[in-house]
Design a protein around this ligand. Structure first.
Ligand SMILES: [Zn+2]
Length: 451
């Protein structure tokens, strides 16, 4: 019997990780005789949600399990959330959803919506009721939203993979130890099938910084690619377990078609096509702010300090430039601000400047004698009919897509190297092994058949 188990919101800024609970659960389900029909789904939800815990990740496990074992499966879920949920955090409100059989269309639509905007618990609960799904919520039960979204997130369009390796308990909270040279070598060898391994300076990006149990995560275009890549990474501390997820990370799934400035809503992702309406300014902290306008209104756009080189592009804009801003909508005292995740320059205005001519008598510089008073040579004092000329200055920025520095990317942001790699999902045999415990992934010899 086909069973989909969605999980969300077990982590907190102080620790935990929903994917880790899912990895423990997968081990228990395999012991109950489960046969997985797809990789665990790692679904990143709307990154602008104000009450998100950390990365806003929800997970779904999809498997065939004998009907007699389904009660055991539910008990395993409840037991693991009770044990590993970070219940002391106000914003941690775990939820689990169980769907038997095919995933209803309505749950898929709900999932897309949850990635792109703010949704209400009532809507999730009515879908759960209508389709006879089971749900368990802890505290204010808000995790049920993400758990249902994870069930509905069947990722039939573009998707990526991530292999997450987890630390042993005694090392959690300490500095992660992974050989950086091995990460660079892996990136060099598998750059065409993986992404976001290293930053612009070759520093590894695969290790997170928080207190969660993740040692590293390798992202790529196939399960085989992330497995091969992870096997090349040399951890300098023990790996407790690892699992490969199929994900909407790196796909821009949160960004829909462009919306009018007049239709912007706080906390939603938004793509806006507009004209630059003012000269960009750099404010305290190194953030760059500029205003854009479309026929429905005007709004400020912000390239914050961590976006790094993206700020150079923002600073190079002038009024009249056409841009497509990919962003999250924030509500600040002064109104709405677009927090830029990606800046597309669609068209550059001409940067023209009115220049005073050189003096026809001596070649010296000229200056204005005041409004309507004509020009005078600063060197010889010559006056006479002299015309100002329009001078076009070269533009420092280029038409095209501009992204922040890599370490400032959102999980959902599609990196430049993924443009053209988009893929649709075709169900088929899973790569094996996709899960392991008691050590990290090891390189399969070319002759060894799937486990
Ligand atoms: Zn002169």
């Amino acid at each position: 019997m086909l069973l989909n188990i969605g999980l969300d919101d077990t982590d907190s800024p102080e620790g935990g990780c929903t994917t880790y609970v899912a990895a423990l659960l997968a081990e228990r389900l395999i012991a109950l005789g489960a046969e997985f029909t797809d990789y665990p789904t790692l679904l990143r939800l709307n990154p602008n949600t104000p009450w998100k815990t950390r990365g806003n990740a929800a997970v779904c496990l999809r498997l065939n399990l004998d009907e007699s074992r389904q009660g055991d499966a539910k008990r395993a879920v409840i037991d693991l959330v009770d044990r590993y949920g970070e219940f002391t955090c106000e914003n941690t409100n775990p939820g689990a959803v169980f769907n038997v059989g095919e995933v209803p269309w309505e749950a898929r639509e709900f999932s897309d919506k949850t990635v792109r905007r703010i949704v209400e618990l009532e809507e999730a609960e009515s879908i759960i009721d209508r389709h006879g799904m089971g749900a368990v919520g802890w505290k204010n039960r808000r995790g049920i939203i993400g758990a249902l979204a994870a069930v509905g997130g069947t990722l039939e369009g573009d998707h990526t993979y991530e292999l997450l390796a987890y630390r042993t308990p005694e090392n959690r909270g300490t500095r992660r130890r992974v050989d950086p040279d091995s990460v660079r070598a892996m990136d060099h060898a598998l750059r065409d099938q993986t992404f976001n391994n290293v930053d612009e300076h070759g520093r590894p990006l695969i290790t997170p910084h928080g207190p969660d149990p993740v040692l590293y995560g390798v992202r790529g275009e196939s399960a085989e690619a992330v497995h091969r890549a992870a096997a090349m990474v040399r951890p300098l501390e023990p790996v407790e377990r690892w699992m490969i997820y199929r994900s909407n990370q790196g796909t821009d799934a949160h960004l829909g078609p462009p919306v009018s400035i007049g239709d912007l809503r706080p906390y939603n992702p938004a793509v806006v096509e507009a004209a630059v309406a003012g000269t960009p300014k750099t404010i305290t902290g190194g953030h760059v702010i500029f205003r854009v306008a479309d026929p429905s209104g005007e709004v400020d756009c912000a390239a914050y300090e961590p976006t790094g080189s993206l700020r150079e592009v923002a600073r190079g804009l002038i009024p009249g430039d056409r841009v497509r801003v990919h962003s999250g909508v924030r509500e600040l005292e002064g109104g709405l601000t677009l927090n830029i995740e990606k800046l597309e320059v669609l068209g550059l205005a001409e940067d023209v400047e009115l220049r005073n001519p050189r003096c026809p008598a001596c070649g010296g510089p000229t200056e204005s004698m005041g409004a309507g008073q004509g020009l005078r040579c600063k060197r010889c004092g010559h006056r006479g009919p002299m015309e100002r000329t329009l001078q076009t200055r070269p533009r420092a920025i280029k038409v095209g897509v501009h992204l922040p520095d890599r370490d400032a990317h959102r999980h959902l942001t599609k990196p430049l190297e993924r443009y053209g790699r988009e893929q649709t999902y075709r169900p088929g045999p899973m790569f094996s092994p996709w899960i392991g415990w008691g050590g990290g992934p090891v390189l399969l010899s070319p002759s060894s058949s799937a486990l």
